[in-house]
Every structure is written in C-alpha cells, then in structure tokens.
Design a protein around this ligand. Structure first.
Ligand code: 48N
Length: 324
C-alpha cells in the first residue's frame, strides 16, 4: 500500500488570483512582480488587437507544474503495473489495462520526449498505416477511422492512430505517463518459491533520459526506482534503448542469449509476436517487437496489427499475474 501523499496546506499551495491574492504585492510581496499584473484587467478574447489574459505570476506556473509532477512521482513510486515503452504495443497494453481494470495504478515510462515509438509513420517514411484483420477491431474500439481493403485496413495517417490512442490512454484517470524518462535497469529480487531461476522482477530503475544517456560524461548520477508486482516491457527492436529488458535479462543471467530478430516475413511474424506475448521471467511480461529480439522471431515490417494484439494480450497477462 503506497504511503499517503501529503495533502492540506503546504508550501506548494499558492492562492490563485481569484483566491484574493494581493496582486499589488505579488506572490512574495515583491513590488516588481505585482507591476506586471493589473488586478483590474479584464480577460477579453478579442482578435481585433486587444486580447487580454487573466493575470498570473511566474511562480504560479512553476508551482502548478512542480506540485503535480512530484506528487505523481511520489504516488507512483509504488505502482501496480509499469509499462516500459510507449510505442503501439505499450500504449495498447496501457489502454486495455486502464479500461479493463480502473482500480490498477498503471505507470508508463517512455524514454523519448515524444511517446508513440515507431507508429508515427507507416513504412519508409510513408504515412498510411496498414493493419491486418482482425486487429482492425481495436481501431474501431478507440475510434480510429480506416479504409477497408478486405483482409486488411488502412489508416490514412499513422499519426491519426497514435495520437488517438495516446489521447485515449492519457484520458484514463488511473494512467500516469512519465516521458523523457528511461528505464536503465530492472529491480530483481530472490524468489525461490515461484521462479525456476529463483528470481523475479520487482520493479524498474529509472532516470531522466538525458541523464541516462550521459552517464559517461559525469560522475555517478544515481537513478530512482519504481516498484510494482508486474512490469510489461515493450521497448521495441531498435532505437538507442531498443529491446532494453531482453538485453538486461541476458546480462543479468536470466536469459541465456538473445534470440535476435529474424528476417521479414509478415505471415510468420505477426502471429508469432501475438501468440508469444507472455511472462518471460516471473514478474516481467514482454510484448511487441522487443519480443522478436528475445525469441528470435521474424519481423513483419510496415504492418501494425500484431502490436495492438500483443499489447492487449500483455495486458491480460499482467492482470493475471497481478491477481495471483
Ligand atoms: O514502437 P516501438 O519501437 O515498439 P513496439 O513494439 O511498440 O512497436 C514496434 C513497431 O513500431 C515496429 O517496429 C513495426 C511493426 N515494425 C516492425 C519491423 O519489422 O520493423 O516503441 C518502443 C518504445 C519507444 O518509444 C522507445 O523510446 C521506448 O519504447 N523505449 C524505452 N522507454 C523507456 N526506457 C527504456 N529503456 C526504453 N527503451 C525503449
């Protein structure tokens, strides 16, 4: 049970202008701050040269961000399910988790500033996205329009899928996304009872990505942690941190060797990824193209249905593990 988050008056509780703040004195009685804020100024959505905003002070903006972000970090230090990687598989997993189990605290960690992974384009920088049936059912579930081509469908722009999915995921009250935040290690605990290897994954080790990418430019910049009974790793097969967990399992002695993604074959690749989505070590479910590196499965190239189906299966696996 996560410790209660501090509530009530704190240094962060800054009165909004409407709460009677003395705008003549600004937040901390600094006259210069007040000068920028005219208490009598009205707001006006005027596009004829007199657009006026409600008054604000810089510190209110800073504190509005700081309070919310660090309250989130404090609360999600203990999560129910952590999803590593906000690509099409990870986001689909988070959506299915959050909508199927609104009681679960789902925390997504994405190394890039921009979530979405490889799903902003179709193939070779072309924008239409191909999804083979029956994965089009997920597109219908989240409201992404497509053209039906019989055995497959085409979304007019991959970004229409990814932006719609991202907005649906972030609208879920039990989902928190930390982007620009990298998982740079796994928490590995002894588990002599339920694990043949005698170990299980109990959480992730995190750092802001710009820190994680610069460890060799500074002395030790220690990480942070998030503990959870279930981790879903969907870190893809490429990029600066691709297949992160699969590679870490090898170096941690929990996987003999990487399977290494095989050549392209759509017919074999998509069912192999979906049907292979599973708990690869106790506490860690692997999904999407990271699995091709773990298992040595074929790649499918520019068709995305398996990512959605793998994400849904990973969510079902995570719920099964959580409820054990
Ligand atoms: O989109 P990706 O790379 O991965 P998936 O599995 O969600 O989707 C894969 C899909 O886009 C394809 O590769 C298609 C189907 N092509 C197949 C083919 O044959 O070429 O998303 C992974 C995400 C990215 O956003 C990374 O930034 C992120 O994971 N990530 C991490 N985030 C946090 N910590 C890490 N250590 C980390 N490593 C990767």
């Amino acid at each position: 049970m996560a410790p209660p988050v501090a509530t009530g008056p704190s240094a962060f509780d800054v009165p909004a202008p409407s709460a009677g703040i003395d705008l003549k004195k600004g937040l901390n009685g600094n006259e210069h701050q007040a000068a920028a804020v005219d208490p009598d100024r009205k707001v006006a959505e005027d596009y004829e040269g007199n657009y006026q905003f409600a008054p604000i002070e810089e510190a209110q903006v800073s504190r509005a961000m700081i309070k919310r972000y660090f309250d989130m970090m404090y609360d999600r230090a203990v999560s129910d399910v952590v999803v590593v990687g906000a690509g099409s598989a990870g986001l689909t997993c988070a959506y299915h988790l959050a909508t199927t189990r609104p009681d679960l605290k789902v925390t997504i960690l994405e190394a890039n500033v921009a979530p979405g992974g490889g799903a902003w384009l179709g193939g070779q920088l072309m924008t239409p996205m191909v999804v083979r049936k029956p994965a089009d059912r997920f597109l219908s579930e989240i409201g992404v329009p497509f053209e039906d081509e019989g055995t497959f469908v085409v979304v007019k722009h991959a970004a229409l899928f990814t932006s719609t999915l991202l907005s649906r995921v972030l609208a879920q009250p039990n989902v928190v996304l930390f982007n620009a935040t990298a998982v740079e290690d796994l928490i590995i605990r002894p588990d002599p009872v339920s694990s043949s290897s005698g170990q299980r994954i109990g959480g992730v080790v995190t750092n802001w990505t710009l820190v994680a990418l610069n460890h060799d430019t500074q002395s030790c910049m220690d990480p942070n942690t998030i503990t959870a009974p279930v981790i879903v790793s969907a870190t893809g097969h490429d990029g600066p941190m691709g297949a992160f967990s699969a590679k870490r399992l090898v170096s941690a002695g929990l996987l003999g060797e990487l399977g290494n993604m095989r050549g392209l074959d759509m017919q074999r690749a998509e069912p192999a990824i979906v049907n292979g989505t599973r708990e690869v070590v106790p506490g860690l479910v692997m999904a999407g193209m990271e699995l091709s590196e773990h298992d040595g499965a074929n790649r499918m190239g520019p068709t995305f249905g398996a990512m959605m189906a793998s994400g849904i299966k990973a969510a079902k696996e995570a719920i099964r593990i959580f409820d054990q």
